[in-house]
Design a protein around this ligand. Structure first.
Ligand SMILES: C[S@@+](CC[C@H](N)C(=O)[O-])C[C@H]1O[C@@H](n2cnc3c(N)ncnc32)[C@H](O)[C@@H]1O
Length: 487
């Protein structure tokens, strides 16, 4: 089995040396203009110079890398503004790599092996997450094969190519959005911003037929501090390049002006990633799927144990848990903004969506209950739409009537009503005390994860919670995930 495939870039754009000792094959991808089979007749031609450079580089690689060296054509990349750019030929390279992988291994590219074939030139990709849960997001990114992922406030960053962007959107349960940094430049005043926005190579990433919207964040350290004026200049730059601006446009261009540097990103997700596309019905205070997934991870859930939510509302926790156990990818059915970018390759994307996931096949069963019959109906319908209806048993029960299910112990996780949102305080304390009593008396061996906005409510359960972690923003409030050891 092929362990690792390294692609190195086009001549003229710089060569990245990756003398990795476990590389099987190094592929040197040449500029499409260079004919590798027939050397150009005129020795003064630039192509000839490139050929000579190619030979030297091939020789260097043969010394550095133990595996065979393959030279192929068809990839061209550009670098500008010191940031790697994704050129219009990206789709070509995606198709090329997949075809190459197939020819080499006879396998359809799936999962991690396929993505070992990585892009040489990469941009910075930012997975936005939920503040307070960055470690869980980082752990998920690493588990999903984004090996160089690093934790930063509010999310995780890594370097990669367009395939990584698609894969992050497709596979990351905890990320809210996937942003790609497409370039940056200095601008000390609005006229300079205007000029540079007009010259920015938008056409390398954006399609002329797709309208755009611009969102700008400025910092006090910058001379340009008025976000509205900056937005207008960037919009003007886009209009001058033939793009339409529309506040409801599917693609958001995000600019951040920090210390007079304008960093331009594209939001490749479109609708927030918590919208998996299966939940139509929601109750009074639904948990976002992204947050539920991160909390499940924080509680140590890895898809192998039963999960029970005694106050399941629209069923978010148990549906997420069952999907993880069944190896279903969170973005399997929804659409993404990147499908409307110049780099999109529908064939390569369809191949990626068929990706297999090493799932711990659900031996476990999942349980959701709620005292509100309407919530139970909603949760049941949501689970059916998500394709996990047969893995979850829903029941219309008060938490105090909950019975321990047959089988091994697992994780109980819920967000009972709290704060000023639903119900009054006295009643809430009664609900938490009743829940705690039931769990202590009938659920020995199970762990508990409880989400609430007040430590006093968690305490009212009488459950042996560990010290609380970082606050997590949820629905305009701060909440905490209280966790117990096995009861
Ligand atoms: C904040 S919502 C949970 C939202 C849910 N996690 C979701 O994603 O939709 C709280 C739920 O607890 C339920 N509930 C309140 N008291 C309950 C009790 N004593 N027993 C069972 N369910 C209860 C409510 O009907 C409501 O659906």
């Amino acid at each position: 089995m092929l362990r690792k495939l390294v692609f190195v870039g086009a001549l003229g754009a710089g060569i990245v040396l990756d003398p990795d000792p476990i590389v099987d094959v190094v592929v040197l991808a040449l500029d499409p203009a260079v004919d590798v089979s027939v050397p150009p007749p005129d020795p003064i031609q630039p192509a000839k110079t490139q050929m000579a450079a190619t030979e030297t580089i091939c020789f260097m690689f043969s010394l550095l890398c133990p595996g065979p060296l393959l030279v192929v054509q068809g990839v061209r990349r550009k670098r500008r503004h010191g940031i790697a750019r994704f050129g219009a030929t990206t789709c070509r390279s995606v198709q090329f790599r997949q075809a190459f992988y197939r020819s080499l291994t006879g396998l359809r590219p799936t999962g991690a092996t396929h993505y070992a074939a990585r892009m040489t030139y990469s941009a910075e990709i930012f997975m936005t997450g939920t503040p307070g849960l960055e470690s869980a997001l980082l752990a998920e990114a690493q588990a999903n094969g984004f090996a160089d992922a690093r934790r930063i406030p509010g999310g995780v960053t890594f370097n990669g190519g367009w395939e990584d962007v698609w894969r992050a959107n497709l596979t990351m349960r905890g990320a809210t959005r996937i942003l790609v940094r497409i370039g940056s430049f200095m601008a000390f005043h609005l006229a300079q911003l205007d000029k540079r926005a007009k010259k920015f190579p938008w056409a390398e990433m954006l399609r002329p037929d797709i309208p755009l919207r611009v969102e700008v964040v400025t910092s006090r350290k910058s001379k340009i501090y008025h976000a509205g004026a900056a937005t207008q200049r960037i919009e003007d730059g886009l209009k001058a390049n033939g793009y339409q601006i529309n506040p409801d446009a599917p693609i958001a261009i995000k600019a951040r002006i920090d210390d007079n540097r304008v960093t331009i990103s594209i939001d490749t997700s479109g609708e927030s990633l918590h919208k998996r596309g299966h939940k139509e019905a929601v109750g009074k205070a639904p948990m976002r799927e992204t947050l539920a997934a991160l909390m499940l991870r924080e509680c140590g859930y890895d898809g192998r144990e039963p999960v029970l939510d005694p106050m399941c509302g629209s069923g978010t926790f148990v549906i997420e848990a069952a999907e993880i156990a069944a190896g279903l990818l969170p973005g399997r059915t929804r659409r993404f903004a990147f499908e409307q970018l110049a780099s999109f390759d529908a064939d390569a994307w369809n191949d990626m969506r068929q990706m297999r996931v090493d799932a711990p096949r659900p031996a476990a069963h999942f349980h959701g209950s709620d005292r509100d019959a309407g919530a139970v109906r909603m949760a049941t319908a949501n689970a059916e739409r998500a394709g996990v209806g047969d893995l979850i048993t829903f029941a219309n029960l008060s938490a105090t009537d909950l019975q321990r299910p047959d089988g091994p112990p697992g994780l109980i996780i819920c967000n009972p009503p709290y704060g000023g949102r639903i119900g009054n305080q006295k009643m809430l304390y009664g609900i938490y005390a009743g829940l705690g009593e039931t769990l202590k008396s009938r659920f020995a061996g199970w762990r508990v994860g409880l989400v609430t906005s007040e430590a006093g409510l968690a305490k009212a359960t009488g459950l042996p919670f560990k010290p609380k972690g970082a606050p997590i923003p949820h629905g305009g409030l701060k909440v905490w995930l209280f966790q117990s050891e096995e009861l």
